[in-house]
Structures are given as structure tokens and as C-alpha cells.
Design a protein around this ligand. Structure first.
Ligand code: ADP
Length: 229
């Protein structure tokens, strides 16, 4: 669950990037967050990952009140939110399997869990056959699927994807978002996709939160074009 209550955020230079943001995302929802460049999307994401702390107001995620977290709690909180980035952020010298297993190893999951969980998430993203390949041997779309598998490895209740299709060929972009939609449906993971690609949002439809000038300008459920095809 994500709850932002009367949230404002000011950068050190005084720029107010978010004004009175109120947003509730329930468990199991799929939400697009859209907005032009400079609207405040990254500023909002940095509050959701506790990279920054709200200047005023309250941010509560998965029962963690991010305004009151102490340093020790931050890594535990972060494990409850899987992240997918525009630039994949895979480790080039590691195989697909190890890229996904790495996050589990550093957080002390057992080898037994890793040996079943990694193949399971690679199967979810349809990359079982590529477990022993290196990122450079994969297409952009495949690399992003590895990043999605990695984000799901620890079974977080929330997955946030920041412009996940930004570095992917347009024809594969729909497949990536479709995969996220399927994961939401079949695994129940709450998914937030930040994008400036309006075609994708129009195609899938669903709940759309639009940010303009640091404020929520629109928060509604829209019908998707693919449903009419
Ligand atoms: P978006 O992600 O939608 O492009 P941002 O959240 O990056 O928007 O930016 C929102 C506002 O905050 C903009 O006016 C931007 O110039 C400002 N901003 C972003 N980062 C910083 C920063 N580190 N210091 C000062 N102002 C910033």
C-alpha cells in the first residue's frame, strides 16, 4: 500500500517540486503515473524509495512511515519495493541467473531458496533459456525482462518501474508493459509504471495519475484501446 498525504517537497535551492500531493494506491493495483518533463515524477519516485524525505506531509508505504524511518530500517523497507529503471542497470560481467540471484545473495536468502526462486522468476519473464547468457548477448527488451525478474526476486509487494520502455524499440515496449500487467494479474504485485509515453497508457488504460507542475492534475480510470480491438 502506498499513501501520500498532503505531501510537499522542496529541493535545497528552494524549488518546490511537489505541492499538496494526496495519493493512495491499494494493494494489487496497477497504476500509470504520467507527466511532462519537469512535472515532478522523479521527485515523487525519490520520495517513494526514501531517497528523499517529504518536506511536509506523510508518506507511508507497506506500513513503513518514511518520515520516521531510522537508518537501520531503510534497507528492510527498500526490500519491499522492487525497482525497474529505464537503463536496466544489469551487471555486465554476470550471467542472467547471477544478476537475479545477486540481490538474493546479498540479502542472505538461502541457496535452497535461490535455486528455486531464480528459475521461477526467469520463467515468469519468459527467459528460462537465457539463464547462462550475459546481458550483452540480449536485446534491450530481454535485458529489461531480466531487470523485471530481478525486481521480483525477493517477492516484494510493490514494483515501481521508472520509464521502463525508454530504451526499448517501440514494438517491444508494449510487450514489456504487457508483462507487467500480467505480473500484476497473476502475482498480485502492486505495480506503478512511470512513463511519458501516452500511447502506451492509452493502449492499456486503467488508473492514470497525471502530474503537472508538482500537483496531481488527474487521477482516473480510463478504458484501454486494446479492449476494443
Ligand atoms: P520529472 O521527473 O517529471 O521530469 P522532476 O521531479 O525531475 O520532474 O522535477 C520537478 C521540478 O523539480 C522541476 O522544476 C525541476 O527543475 C526541479 N528539480 C529536480 N531535481 C532538482 C534538484 N536536484 N534540485 C533542484 N530542483 C530540482
Amino acid at each position: 500500500m502506498i499513501s501520500m498525504k498532503d505531501v510537499c517537497f522542496d529541493y535545497d535551492n528552494g524549488t518546490r517540486a511537489l505541492y499538496n500531493v494526496n495519493l493512495n494506491i491499494e494493494n494489487g493495483e496497477f497504476v500509470f503515473v504520467v507527466g511532462q518533463s519537469g512535472a515532478g515524477k522523479s521527485s515523487m519516485l525519490k520520495l517513494l524509495t526514501r531517497e528523499n524525505v517529504a518536506t511536509t506531509g506523510e508518506v507511508i508505504i507497506n506500513n513503513y512511515n518514511l518520515g520516521n524511518l531510522n537508518k537501520k530500517e531503510i534497507p528492510y523497507f527498500r526490500r519491499t519495493v522492487g525497482m525497474v529503471f529505464q537503463d536496466f542497470r544489469l551487471i555486465p560481467g554476470m550471467t542472467v541467473f547471477d544478476n537475479v540471484a545477486f540481490v538474493l545473495r546479498v540479502t542472505n536468502f538461502s541457496n535452497k531458496y535461490i535455486s528455486t526462486r531464480v528459475p521461477y522468476v526467469l520463467d515468469l519473464v519468459n527467459l528460462s533459456d537465457s539463464a547462462n547468457k550475459y546481458p550483452s548477448e540480449l536485446s534491450g527488451g530481454e535485458q529489461q525482462r531480466v531487470a523485471i525478474a530481478r525486481a521480483l526476486a525477493g517477492d516484494p509487494p510493490i514494483l515501481i518501474a521508472d520509464e521502463p520502455t525508454g530504451n526499448i524499440d517501440p514494438e517491444l515496449s508494449l510487450q514489456i508493459v504487457e508483462l507487467l500487467v500480467d505480473i500484476n494479474k497473476y502475482c498480485g504485485t502492486t505495480i506503478v509504471v512511470v512513463t511519458h509515453e501516452h500511447e502506451i497508457v492509452r493502449y492499456f488504460g486503467g488508473r492514470v495519475v497525471s502530474i503537472e507542475n508538482g500537483q496531481i492534475a488527474f487521477d482516473e480510470v480510463i478504458g484501454g484501446e486494446h479492449e476494443h480491438k
